[in-house]
Design a protein around this ligand. Structure first.
Ligand code: ARG
Length: 467
């Protein structure tokens, strides 16, 4: 027979929850990481209760002191978490009540529904800062690597077929751009988090004379001018999980970016490409084949993106079709979210470490980029400069490629008389098109891979990342 309930909500119950129910419904094993935010929220809330006269200044001070002691115990690992108390909120409140009589007044005009919404908004602000720092660290390593190898050319690929020459720096800077958008997405999530839910109560606020703006200011939920930001609808406040979806979707997109970068690294480090050598510290060997050095870090980056995508799906399905407003289902919002956060942070660290130790192999890059077919398009542009319509030029160069294949010679070595047969505008100087340096210089428009443009982009990112 279960004992009468000791829970904070136990008044109307003649029996406490079954042991199985406790194990099933507890969240403290994972939501305890919200403790610092929960304590900050409780301090702000009790400061407000004192401000409006619902508790005395002495009671507020006692609550604050008690919460500080609990915070220190948690940091030191001395705090005893109890699954019987369900979640982080009740564990802390219970511990406080045992030390401070005034703690019985702390939950005045507050529900765990607006409390958890507040904890999570504070959590999102801090998580976004951490994620952005990790992403920027990856960008910094990439910009360093790009600067170091500004002169190294490689084939650029479409359909994983050689397309046109680019510098490896240009390729690396493409990744920097991708991650730059991720940074902006997380900055936006942090901005959306900047609004205070406290005061929404369980669903419909409170009849007590609270001051929501006071709490918002205490917790830093303010705009650029220092004006407090509070949520405008109490029902939406406790039902809303959009931030979870936004954070998880920004994490999923960043994860997919990482997996694409990882795939390039895996290809580049294969014997077939050999553009780079990955650091031993982020590779592993085979238990059977002594010669192997496998790009496991990159493969795991590619693999872990699956979790990030899965977590987003998990959250979308969790929220879909829930009736207004709060439902206990929503407790399940935290594990996938925390996993996305932790996974992305370690992925960023591993990617930065892998890239920092990667060595570019210039000889292999040079051999690959020496393929004259990479400049077939430049030859079409040559004809265009001589007044040939592009479609005709494209066709003529195609015929020249076919001719070279038939003769078994590299494209620039097709004899002049054969070239003339294909198009009269192939003047004597057409083979000069295959000068790689000249070809790169010519791509001088904004966003193109000329050395001058790449230098400019490196400088632009250096400045942006120094801020
Ligand atoms: N642990 C709960 C959660 O994470 C806190 C809110 C509980 N509210 C409630 N009405 N049972 O969702």
């Amino acid at each position: 027979m279960a004992k009468p309930s000791q829970a904070t909500w136990g008044g109307r119950f003649s029996s406490g929850p079954a042991e199985l129910m406790l194990r099933f419904s507890e969240s403290v094993t994972f939501d305890r990481r919200l403790a610092p935010f929960d304590i900050a929220g409780s301090k702000a809330h009790s400061a407000m209760l004192a401000h409006v006269g619902l508790i005395t200044a002495a009671e507020r001070n006692a609550i604050h002191k008690g919460l500080d002691v609990i915070a220190a115990e948690i940091v030191e690992g001395k705090f005893v978490w109890d699954v019987k108390l369900e979640d982080v909120h009740m564990n802390i409140e219970h511990a406080l009540k045992q030390r401070v009589p005034a703690a019985a007044k702390l939950h005045t005009a507050r529900s765990r529904n607006d409390q958890v919404a507040t904890d999570m908004r504070l959590y999102f602000k801090s998580a976004c800062v951490e994620v952005v720092a990790g992403l920027r660290a990856v960008q910094r390593v990439l910009v360093d690597l790009a600067e170091l190898h500004r002169e190294v050319l490689i084939p650029g690929y479409t359909h994983l077929q050689r397309a046109q020459p680019v510098s490896i720096a240009h390729h690396l800077l493409a990744w920097v751009e991708m991650i730059g958008r991720d940074v902006r997405r997380f900055a936006e999530v942090a901005e959306h988090a900047n609004i205070c839910p406290l005061g929404a109560g369980a669903i419909a606020g409170t009849t007590l004379p609270i001051d929501r703006e006071f709490v918002a200011k205490e917790l830093g939920f303010v705009d650029a001018k220092g004006r407090p930001q509070v949520t405008p609808n109490s029902m939406d406040t406790v039902a809303d999980r959009d931030l979870f979806l936004e954070f998880a979707s920004a994490a999923a997109i960043a994860g997919v970016h990482f997996s694409r970068i990882a795939e390039d690294l895996i290809l580049w480090s294969s014997a077939e490409f050999r553009f780079i050598d990955l650091p031993d510290t982020f590779c592993t060997g085979s238990s059977l084949m002594p010669q192997k050095k496998n790009p496991d870090a990159a493969e795991l980056l590619r693999g872990k993106s699956g979790r990030l995508v899965g977590n987003l799906t998990n959250l979308l399905v969790l929220v879909k079709g829930l009736p207004m407003t709060y439902n206990r289902d929503l407790q399940e919002d935290k594990p996938p979210l925390f996993d996305s956060h932790d996974t992305l942070v370690i992925c960023a660290e591993v990617l930065a470490g892998t890239l920092a130790g990667a060595k570019v192999i210039p000889a292999a890059c040079a051999a690959a980029v020496a393929d004259p077919l990479l400049l077939a398009t430049d030859l079409a542009d040559y004809l265009v400069n001589r007044g040939v319509p592009f479609r005709d030029a494209h066709h003529a160069v195609g015929a020249l490629v076919k001719c070279a294949e038939g003769l078994g010679v590299p494209l620039p070595q097709v004899p002049q008389d054969e070239a003339q047969k294909i198009h009269k505008e192939f003047a004597k100087d057409w083979p000069e098109v295959f000068d790689l340096d000249r070809a790169m210089e010519a791509r001088r428009g904004t966003g193109m891979p000329s050395p001058a443009q790449v230098k400019k982009q490196v400088a632009r990112w250096r400045k942006a990342l120094a801020e």
